[in-house]
Ligand binder design. Structure first.
Ligand SMILES: Nc1ncnc2c1ncn2[C@@H]1O[C@H](COP(=O)(O)OP(=O)(O)OP(=O)(O)O)[C@@H](O)[C@H]1O
Length: 342
């Protein structure tokens, strides 16, 4: 369904010296530098697969998806979606794909949701009967009934995202690209959205490429993940495989008596363990990740207790979230030879 071979995208960025002098100089002698956003990426996604396409900020995910949807033309390499070269046949490509791009909307801002759907029905030439059946199904699964008469700009983020998903799947596309479909949503809405995506895949065999920083999304929806780092694929395989390869990973969460502003690991364990970057401001809690092949949990605990006022601790096994966090911060190559991964 999606075939990508040695795909590359370079951006040309105008470079300017600082200050007014630089601005004036750049008017006459413009210098450019090249940003290699996507470097020789290859992947093959079968019809009906649900694949997580993940990577740290700036890794090149959106650039790849823009090439798959035909918005961007690659610098080099091949891309085909359902047998079509997207950037050469944008209109034809658009008829069999659906997309949700994070915070941006494809619904019409000022008109009620139902009227946006009517417009999409005309744009995609959806037969009336199919349209009614599909919409009735989506209204039920996504609980859209109370929202249909409201203009999009009056909807909350979670309400808008449910309407957005229905719009993306309305014409029963063969492929759907979902970029951060659950960002900023509460747990109940996340669950509803994940169930909807799974249901669409089961019923219509929709191929789904999901970009998200929410590992729970990945774990619940996808069987396969492709991880990119600095424009290149560093892992392509099943979630079970990556867990098996990194099965020795452990995380111990330490609750400290008081907060520590600039926490550093004790020197004795610094080469074998890392501190997981924090997403909240709770400085009482520190999570330490390590490989049980390199150091035992008992050593980490005793060393931490020697240097810090530990109140409590919890030990966790390898979770996809932890594995991915470490791959983002350290890269794969430090742990495992690149060849072994593929
Ligand atoms: N239009 C552009 N012009 C120049 N550079 C760009 C452009 N768009 C993206 N880039 C650069 O290309 C690289 C890849 O960006 P991209 O948006 O594809 O990353 P991403 O993986 O989607 O990141 P995020 O998770 O933050 O959305 C980044 O270094 C970014 O700064």
């Amino acid at each position: 369904m999606i075939v990508v071979k040695n795909l590359e995208k370079y951006y040309k960025i105008a470079k300017r010296d600082p200050g007014l002098r630089g601005a004036v100089k750049s008017l006459f002698h413009r210098k450019y530098e090249t940003k290699k956003a996507v470097k020789r990426i290859s992947m093959h996604i079968e019809s009906g697969e649900m694949v997580g396409y993940i990577g740290a900020n700036g890794a090149g995910k959106s650039t790849t998806i823009k090439m798959l949807t035909g918005i961007l033309t690659p610098t080099s390499g091949e891309v085909k979606v359902n047998g079509i070269i997207p950037y050469e046949n944008r209109k034809q490509n658009a008829s069999h794909i659906g997309a949700v791009f994070g915070q941006r909307t494809q619904l019409f801002w000022d008109i009620p949701v139902r009227e946006s759907y009517e417009l999409l029905k005309h744009i995609y030439e959806i037969p009336q009967k199919q349209y009614e059946e599909t919409l009735a199904e989506f209204v039920e699964v996504l609980h859209l009934e109370p929202l249909l008469g409201i203009p999009v700009r009056q909807l909350s983020l979670g309400q808008k995202m449910r309407c957005e998903l229905a719009a993306a799947f309305l014409h029963r596309p063969k492929v759907v690209y979902l970029d951060e479909p659950t960002i900023g949503l509460d747990v109940a809405v996340k669950v509803r959205i994940r169930n909807f995506i799974k249901q669409m895949n089961a019923r219509y065999g929709t191929t789904v490429l999901l970009t998200t920083h929410d590992m729970q999304d990945i774990e619940e929806i996808c069987h396969r993940i492709i991880i990119i780092d600095d424009g290149s694929v560093i892992y392509d395989g099943s979630i079970q495989d990556i867990k098996a390869q990194f099965g020795d990973k452990r995380v111990i969460q330490f609750e400290l008596e008081h907060s520590i502003d600039h926490f550093v690991l004790p020197e004795e364990i610094r080469s074998a363990a890392v501190v997981i970057p924090k997403t909240d401001e709770d400085h009482h809690v520190v999570s330490v990740s390590f490989s049980s092949k390199e150091i035992s949990g008992a050593e980490v605990i005793s060393c931490m207790m020697k240097h810090y006022p530990v109140l409590d601790l919890t030990i966790a096994d390898a979770k996809i979230e932890t594995i991915v966090e470490e791959i983002y911060s350290k890269g794969l190559k430090g742990r495992v030879q690149h060849e072994e991964i593929h």
